[in-house]
Design a protein around this ligand. Sequence first.
Ligand code: PMP
Length: 350
Amino acid sequence: MSIEDNIRKVIPYVPGEQPKDKVIKLNTNECPYPPSPRVFEALKDMDWERLRLYPDPLMSELIESIAGYYGVKTTEVFAGVGSDDVLSMCFLTFFAGDRPVLFPDITYSFYDVWADVYRIPYETKKLDEDFMIKAEDYYAANGGVVIANPNAPTGIGESLDLIKDILDHNRDSVVIVDEAYIDFGADSALPLISEYDNLIVVRTMSKSRAMAGMRIGYCFGNEKLIKYLNDVKYSVNSYTLNIPSIVAGKAAMEDREYFETIVSRIVKTREKTAKALADSGFEFFFSDTNFLFVKPPEQCPASYLFEKLREKGIYVRYFNKDRIKDRLRITIGTDEEMDALTDALKEITG
Ligand code: PMP
């Protein structure tokens, strides 16, 4: 027996790099635009002396603004330190049984890490050759289901019919739909929370609301599920979001116009970039997100391109993983950044 035998050992999730130097950063699906001006105003006007106090554990200001924006009850909303925290709490709360939790083989690579760290049994289900989910795979007895819609890193959105099909076949387990990228395409499952008491819909302010640095995520579900989540949260850490995050989150949520403007700008740049890349011989599926998951032309392996782009100060994401090691995930930046990317790619691929 040694100390080692008592230690919880895990293989951690590896986030994309956050380089200190000034680079064109297209590797972690952040927003290329600043947060709403209202966020800066709210932070400037904040009573900073309040920082000597603990934040409101209920995060009422933020929860009320989220509930108001989406037209749901405050008791149907839960918030956390980024959707990673929300998802982690969901795994801890809803996947406490012995049956395996199911999710696709190619999806957000944090799911298996949370399953491992919390000792949750899980099984992955293979996406088809077009990287689409086969609903039947999720009919089997299970301890829960996790679907990212649109999926990452593929960028592909699934239909609401498929989500409903999976919900219908899993009335006895919780189905988490991770909608981190939903604002850039695909239909949200949010309207289904009143119909399905087994549904949790997870969202984030990191992408479409340009607030990755603030770390704000939230989810929706029926009151009973949200209460269970809060019970677990209060058993781990009552004060999750800090005061500036609550203030900034509320301000960002309330600026619908700014939000809609930056999302449509990103979607426009995505379509322009997609066309340029297709013209240069890159292959990809239609993206419903703020990134493209591209397969470079034969003569230029993805890993080589990844290194070459890096040398030119352009960071994208490469996953050295079965079935996707021939692809790069490229975040949509500003028009100028994407022009620099397509120029660099032309130079490298000749
Ligand atoms: N879900 C998916 C599918 C993601 O790609 C990400 C971003 N890495 C997250 C959740 C977590 O985002 P955040 O914690 O910034 O809200």
